[in-house]
Write a protein that binds this ligand. Structure first.
Ligand SMILES: Nc1nc2c(ncn2[C@@H]2O[C@H](COP(=O)(O)OP(=O)(O)OP(=O)(O)O)[C@@H](O)[C@H]2O)c(=O)[nH]1
Ligand SMILES: [Mg+2]
Length: 480
């Protein structure tokens, strides 16, 4: 592959089989028009994959075959049996509306593109399919078949695979609605073997894809570090008329929570953009912990760490140690923490998110809410949220969102009832190793002392390395 001529693959097949969806998922491009009605794609359209300003590979969306049996009959009746017959066919039929699609889809192929033939493997094979395969074989171009099953069930898969072996250099199951990074890479690996001459160029393509993904992971780790920093250190202030001004307190608590939610929303936006989900905005399913309020009791129970893990994380990080419970649970109403007998009670007493905001404005510093007199005025202050569980809850939510985004194939255009990845209700950090949790907690501790820049940078670097490893493992994990 020279710098000026990238590899090109034409995605071809019967109408409505999912060709455009496959292009969209492979090129990570959600601008590709997809529709439930056959005949959506009428002309060829090139979708380049651009990395570092360079076109790495191009996928060409094409219209579905219109008249495959007649086309094949013409080719069979032609004196030549190779690619020159295909060229001659195009020239002879360019002006005929009944063969418009064939002329379109064969154009990039005769111009040198490789072929990716897409079929819906959940339906039986028909004579048209055999004609299409034979036409493609006669082009002589390197070609692979992709089985994009729209429905579940493997009834017809063997039949398809047998036919494919005769007509294609390789076959791969690839689902346009589900394929994630690992499956895209597996497909590219298969493309590497469809033609020996293309192998070095395909290797470059694969390397570029891999490096690009590593960069996105590093950027995600940076964004998570930034979210944790700004959220845990966020502070809101308000003047209030007099002590015990409940209305001001409520307003301030609302503002505090709203601003934190907004930070999370902006983080989501950046992650979506990083992973090229530019047009469609998909919400995780209702079951997801992301759909719950960040400050809801349920979220604080199911995400983050349990009590023992929190104490250990803090102790291992050389921070507050097991004794400093009030520091660990800073931000949760002191009233709730002591009066409810939280030490004996369940997690809800410890981590009750709603209670976190239920702060009494009667002391100088009641867990997250400060009252102070300045220039004769009473000032309310909420934050910073130096609460270890809050930190881990935020971290878990960031990881869940990452998983949601990377498992949402670009070819998908609607909510899926079987979106198991998005339904994830538990967090990740409870399953982390001590070492990983210690690194996170060190970062948490360093965030309390922003002026110690050197320490903060050192600890952040170590934490980002852990995050990159975690995100890389999540990228290749099998879908639930
Ligand atoms: N369930 C499911 N539906 C799919 C899948 N791939 C595509 N579809 C749906 O099938 C329909 C057709 O998809 P397209 O990608 O537009 O098909 P096409 O082959 O490009 O169609 P034409 O351009 O009309 O030839 C759309 O409603 C897609 O959402 C899949 O993997 N699973
Ligand atoms: Mg299409």
């Amino acid at each position: 592959m020279s710098d000026s001529v990238p590899l090109r693959f034409a995605i071809v097949g019967h109408p409505n089989e999912g060709k455009s969806s496959v292009v969209s998922t492979l090129a990570e491009d959600d601008t590709v028009p997809v529709s439930p009605f056959p005949g959506e794609t009428r002309t060829c359209h090139v979708y380049p994959v651009i990395i570092d300003g360079r076109i790495i590979v191009e996928f060409i969306d094409t219209p579905g075959f219109q008249n495959p049996r007649h086309t094949l009959a013409w080719l069979e009746g032609h004196a030549e049996s190779d690619e020159s017959a295909v060229r001659a066919f195009r020239e002879a039929h360019l002006a005929l509306p009944a063969y418009q699609h064939e002329c379109q889809l064969l154009q990039p192929i005769v111009a040198g593109a490789g072929v990716i033939f897409v079929v819906d493997g959940s339906r039986p094979m028909r004579r048209d399919d055999l004609a299409e395969m034979e036409i493609l074989r006669r082009t002589g171009r390197p070609r692979m078949a992709v089985i994009n099953s729209k429905e579940y069930g493997e009834e017809y898969l063997d039949e398809w695979k047998t036919a494919f072996r005769k007509h294609f250099n390789s076959v791969r199951v690839f689902n346009a609605h589900h394929a994630n990074y690992a499956e895209r890479m597996a497909l590219l690996e298969t493309l590497r073997s469809i033609d020996q001459d293309w192998q070095p160029a395909m290797e470059q393509v694969i390397r570029a894809f891999r490096e690009d993904w590593e960069r996105r992971i590093a950027d995600t780790a940076d964004l998570i570090g930034e979210l944790l920093k700004t959220s845990t250190n966020h502070v809101v202030l308000a003047d209030c008329g007099e002590e015990g001004d409940k209305e001001s307190e409520e307003r301030l608590k609302e503002r505090f929570q709203k601003e934190l939610r907004e930070m999370e929303r902006r983080f989501h936006q950046r992650i979506r953009r990083l992973f090229k989900h530019n047009i469609f905005h998909y919400e995780p399913p209702a079951e997801s912990a992301l759909q719950q309020n960040l400050f809801s009791e349920r979220v604080w129970k199911v995400l983050g760490l349990d009590r023992t893990q929190l104490i250990w994380a803090a102790a291992l990080a050389g921070g507050t140690g097991g004794a400093g419970l009030d520091v660990l649970f800073h931000g949760i109403s002191a009233g709730v923490f002591t009066a409810s007998g939280a030490l004996l009670g369940g997690l809800s007493a410890y981590f009750g998110g709603e209670r976190l905001a239920r702060v009494k404005a009667s002391g100088p510093r009641l867990m997250g809410l400060d009252l102070s007199r300045r220039l004769g005025r009473t000032q309310l202050k909420i934050g910073p949220m130096h609460n270890l569980q809050f930190f881990f809850v935020l971290l878990d939510r960031a990881l869940i969102f990452f998983s949601h985004v990377i498992n949402w194939a670009h070819g998908r255009r609607e909510d899926l009832p079987d979106d198991e990845a998005g339904k994830k209700t538990e967090g990740y950090t409870a399953g982390w190793t001590n070492n990983q949790r210690r690194s996170a907690t060190r970062y948490f501790e360093a965030l309390k002392h922003l002026d110690d820049v050197e320490n903060l940078e050192r600890v952040l670097k170590e934490f980002q390395e852990i995050l990159r490893q975690v995100l890389a493992v999540m990228s290749v994990a099998k879908r639930p």
